[in-house]
Design a protein around this ligand. Structure first.
Ligand code: UDP
Ligand code: MG
Length: 316
């Protein structure tokens, strides 16, 4: 089999009814490119018979490459496995439930051919999702955008195309708690968004219950910002500042009129001061934990778009 130009990765957790629709639609779209491609179906511990369907497809079409997990490891890990096994020059991540229409892949490829290295799909509209999901998702994207240290595009899921260089860079990041959208922003390179209308699920129910959504949100916040660790410092500095000012007022009053704050007020101030000092102390510990966490994530220090002896890529 020729080395594929394009790799399409679809994570699958109990999508029995969706796979027979996903495969022909991806095939028809990818055949239009005129380039060799592969479809990596990562079975994330399905229990509904999806595994057999995937194996069958792979037997009949060698372009379908199955990765079957031993149990459910979660969506982000499933996509990570897909990235590890992918061989294409450009790699597309797509949901298996057809909420991301495969036809949009052609638009992503167009931008890639123009020279963009990450082409992410931005959701202009979302059909067939609950009010709760849409509201929490919208709030989540805006919160993440504000507090994280890298700019992670809003209203953007994992549906995206990445150049081989980007995938290689991401594959160097072996952190256990993974937030792929953040990681693909973090590495840099030329990035651009393409808008699309997110459809309703073709069949079945969401595999993202509230529990998994919260976990993803926590991974996004903790993986790409120190904000929660720094919260204690901010609060502590504010408390200590406020208390010191109150003490100053008390002292001036005492000098001017011979009266300062009385017994109970002073008790409060002492309490506040101590509490504030403790918060600052916690914040300092937090800073060190943040640094330990950084070392533990062991991300590459930098990602090179062009090295000095990189003759194949004169301009990147
Ligand atoms: N998925 C997965 N493992 C999981 C949960 C989900 O591989 O533990 C897959 C799922 O089969 C689908 C994609 O991840 O292809 C997105 O999941 P889903 O559609 O349930 O999420 P939603 O679109 O509701 O946010
Ligand atoms: Mg979905």
């Amino acid at each position: 089999m020729r080395k594929p130009t394009f790799s399409i990765i679809a994570p699958i957790y109990n999508e029995l009814e969706n796979i027979p629709e996903l495969y022909p639609r991806v095939r028809d779209v990818m055949d239009q490119t005129g380039e060799p491609w592969e479809l990596i179906l990562v079975d994330d511990g399905s229990t509904d018979g999806s595994t057999e369907v995937i194996r069958n497809l792979a037997e009949n079409d060698e372009r379908v490459r199955p990765v079957i997990f031993a149990r459910n490891f979660g969506h982000q890990i499933a996509v990570t496995a897909g990235l590890d096994y992918s061989r294409g020059d450009a790699v597309v991540i797509i949901d298996a439930d057809l909420q991301d229409p495969p036809e949009v892949i052609l638009q992503l490829i167009e931008k890639w051919r123009e020279g963009y290295e990450v082409v992410y799909a931005v959701r202009a509209e979302r059909e067939g999702e609950t009010w709760f999901k849409k509201t929490t998702a919208s709030l989540f994207y805006r919160l993440i955008y504000r507090i994280t240290d890298v700019d992670i595009p809003m209203d953007t899921g994992d549906f995206r195309l990445m150049d081989r260089k980007v995938v290689n860079a991401m594959n160097q990041m072996r952190e256990k708690q993974r937030y792929l959208r953040g990681m693909s922003s973090w590495v840099g390179f030329k990035q651009i968004g393409v808008t699309y209308n997110r459809k309703a699920r073709f069949a079945g129910e969401t595999k993202y219950p509230l529990r998994k959504m919260v976990k993803l949100a926590l991974n996004a916040v903790t993986g790409f910002s120190y904000f929660p660790l720094q919260l204690a410092s901010y609060l502590g500095i504010f408390t200590v500042g406020f208390t010191l000012m109150a003490l100053l007022v008390s002292f001036i009053l005492f000098l001017a009129r011979g009266i300062g704050f009385g017994g109970q007020a002073n008790m409060w101030l002492a309490l506040l001061l101590l509490g504030g000092v403790q918060l600052v102390g916690l914040g300092i510990i937090g800073e060190y934990i943040g640094r330990i966490y950084d070392e533990a994530k062991n991300r590459p220090l930098y990602i090179v778009a062009q090295a000095p002896d990189d003759r194949e890529n004169p301009e990147v």
